[in-house]
Structures are given as structure tokens and as C-alpha cells.
Design a protein around this ligand. Structure first.
Ligand code: NAP
Length: 312
């Protein structure tokens, strides 16, 4: 009998759907795998992973008949795909179904930061408007010069939205793409120098660590704003914090951080930074679609059909 191990913070509906469809055991964390009896571990052929900690050789060693790790999320940087591939273990993710939500959040962070929505709301709630005050002026955003680092699935959705805001769209990817006339920059420093706002939509993982480097941040300059919805690791976070504190960067809108959820407390003292607790895809509709795609990949694996969204 082949068993599925679902690991992570599954909500009630997701858990019920998994248990209705599969012979499924749900664990809250990957480090609980070691506590399972050997005879149970030996029957596990697939893992549904919704964790954020690393899932690598240590966990795979404990599951000798593992054939699939179906990730819940498009970003699978927590999974050691190199080790999985070497062992013939397939990995799947949940692309596309979350593009709209993550792009929407990027735009929301941009608007919130630039139009000072959070500060203006706090100021109003504190009674300042009622007592005769006038809130100060923010910055115009429509029609600005904006750049996307990583014109992939989500990056393109962000760029499409920015175009609707009448912005001059620039981008950097490893190769030039077919676009409706957006300006390509082969070097991310050149991109940063050409724009006022940089939207980061790269994959995470070692290859893109610190991609938005100190040099990129310096090129963006003191009018510049970084919006990051990708992974905290893609930006040199220490350099960004230094630049924000020194006034060498105008602001940031961030959904992702290096040390989540225990993020650097320096962020809390910066009024020009808007932060969110990694909620890019966190809507009822999109999470349901992600969970369904994960289950569809598990089902395909168990029935020997083609995986829907393989990554290795
Ligand atoms: P995607 O379509 O694969 O696009 C990823 C982009 O990263 C592409 O533009 C690609 O560049 C670039 N890239 C990949 N490897 C690179 C490398 N070694 N060096 C430089 N650039 C590289 O992925 P997606 O579906 O848009 O998702 C992007 C990321 O968003 C995910 O991996 C995930 O980490 C993050 N995400 C965050 C949330 C959230 O809740 N905040 C939700 C979903 C996803 P090329 O264009 O040159 O190929």
C-alpha cells in the first residue's frame, strides 16, 4: 500500500481533501518524519510539501521508496532538487495559478509605499484629520519609469499591470523576451540606473542570492524604491537596509525577507518601508487552486500518468 505524507501547515479543507483522496498522513513539520515508525516510512511513495524549511538528503534518506515531492507553491527553493534528481525522485510545483495574486500584491506594495497609504491611514485614525490637519503630499506613480528583474511568469504579470498604469517599462532577464516594446537591459545595474522602481520577481535559491546587489541598489539611487515579492535571498538585504537608513534608497515594499518569519527588526523602524508577512498567494481562491494542483500531481504520480507541472 503506498502512502502519501503531507508535510506542512495545511488548513482543514486542504487536509480533508488530501485524506479523502489518498491514504495520507499529515505532519506539521519535516523534522517529524524521523519520528515515524520505520514500517510506515517504508510505505511512503510521495510527499506533498508545504514547508518552508529545507527538504533534502536527510529527509529523503528516511523515505527509501519516495518517488515524488509535490511542492505546494511555485518556488521550490526549499527542496534539494539536485539530490532528488540524483535519486530519481521527481519534484513538481504549482506555477501560474498564483500569478495574478502575487502580481496584484506587488502593485499594492508599490501603491502603498509611494502613496503613503499606511501612514495616511494611521494619521487619520489618530484623529489628525478631524482636528484640522492636512496630510502631506506623496509621489505620483502612474507614468513613472519602472523595472522588473526576472521577466518570468509573475514578472510579466507585474509588467502588464505597470503598463496599464502608463509606466515606461524596463526589464532584465538572462535573455531578451518578446514584449510590447518594453526596454531590455542585459545588466541589472543598467536596469536600476534607468528606473525609479525595481520589482524583483526572480526565482530564489543559491543561483540568485544577492542578485539585487549593493551595486544594483546604488544604481537605483536615492529616489529609488525596491518592491520584492520573490524571495528575501534575491536582494542583498543588509545593503538594502543600510541604503534605506542612510537615505540612499527612498523606500521598499516587501513581502519576503531573508530570515522569515523572524525578520530583521531594523525594518520596523523604517517609515518608508511597507512590509507584508509573505502573503503573495494568500487568497482563498488561489490557495485552493494551488492545493488542487498539488493533489493533481500526486494523483498523476500514483496512477502513472504524466505529471502536470514537473520541475526536474
Ligand atoms: P519563473 O516563471 O520561473 O520566473 C523566474 C524568473 O527568475 C525568470 O525571469 C528567470 O529568468 C529568473 N531566473 C531563474 N533562474 C535564474 C538565474 N540563475 N539567474 C538569474 N535569473 C534567473 O517563476 P515565477 O512563477 O514567475 O515565480 C518567481 C518566484 O516568485 C518564485 O520562484 C517564488 O520564489 C516567488 N513567489 C513568491 C510568492 C509570494 O508569496 N511572495 C508567491 C509565488 C512565487 P529568465 O527570464 O532569464 O529565464
Amino acid at each position: 500500500m503506498s502512502k502519501i505524507l503531507a508535510i506542512g501547515n495545511y488548513n482543514d479543507a486542504e487536509r480533508k481533501a488530501l485524506e479523502a483522496q489518498f491514504d495520507c498522513l499529515v505532519l506539521a513539520r519535516e523534522d517529524e518524519v524521523a519520528g515515524l515508525p520505520q514500517e510506515v516510512r517504508e510505505t511512503v511513495t510521495a510527499v506533498g510539501y508545504k514547508g518552508h524549511h529545507g527538504f533534502g538528503a536527510e529527509q529523503m534518506d528516511l523515505l527509501p521508496t519516495l518517488g515524488l515531492i509535490a511542492n505546494y507553491g511555485v518556488g521550490y527553493d526549499a527542496i534539494d532538487t539536485r539530490t532528488a534528481s540524483a535519486r530519481g525522485i521527481k519534484v513538481t510545483n504549482t506555477p501560474d495559478v498564483l500569478n495574478d495574486d502575487v502580481a496584484d500584491l506587488a502593485i499594492a506594495l508599490w501603491l502603498m509605499q509611494g502613496r503613503e497609504l499606511e501612514q495616511a491611514a494611521t494619521w487619520t485614525r489618530a484623529g489628525n484629520w478631524a482636528s484640522g490637519g492636512t496630510y502631506g503630499l506623496a509621489r505620483k506613480l502612474s507614468g513613472g519609469k519602472v523595472g522588473v528583474v526576472g521577466l518570468g511568469r509573475i514578472g510579466r504579470e507585474i509588467a502588464d499591470r505597470l503598463a496599464a498604469f502608463k509606466c515606461e517599462v524596463h526589464y532584465h532577464s538572462r535573455s531578451e523576451k518578446e514584449t510590447p516594446g518594453w526596454t531590455y537591459h542585459a545588466d541589472p545595474v543598467d536596469l536600476a540606473a534607468a528606473v525609479d522602481v525595481l520589482f524583483v520577481a526572480l526565482v530564489g535559491g543559491p543561483e540568485t542570492e544577492g542578485y539585487v546587489s549593493k551595486e544594483v541598489i546604488a544604481a537605483l539611487g536615492s529616489r529609488g524604491v525596491i518592491v520584492n515579492i520573490s524571495r528575501g535571498s534575491t536582494v542583498d538585504e543588509a545593503a538594502m537596509l543600510d541604503a534605506l537608513e542612510a537615505g540612499e534608497l527612498a523606500g521598499a515594499g516587501l513581502d519576503v525577507f531573508v530570515n522569515e518569519p523572524d525578520i530583521d527588526p531594523r525594518f520596523f523602524d523604517l517609515p518608508n518601508v511597507v512590509i507584508q508577512p509573505h502573503v503573495g498567494s494568500a487568497t482563498v481562491e488561489t490557495r485552493a487552486a494551488m492545493a488542487a494542483l498539488q493533489r493533481d500531481n500526486l494523483q498523476a504520480f500514483l496512477t502513472g500518468a504524466d505529471l502536470l507541472t514537473p520541475v526536474n
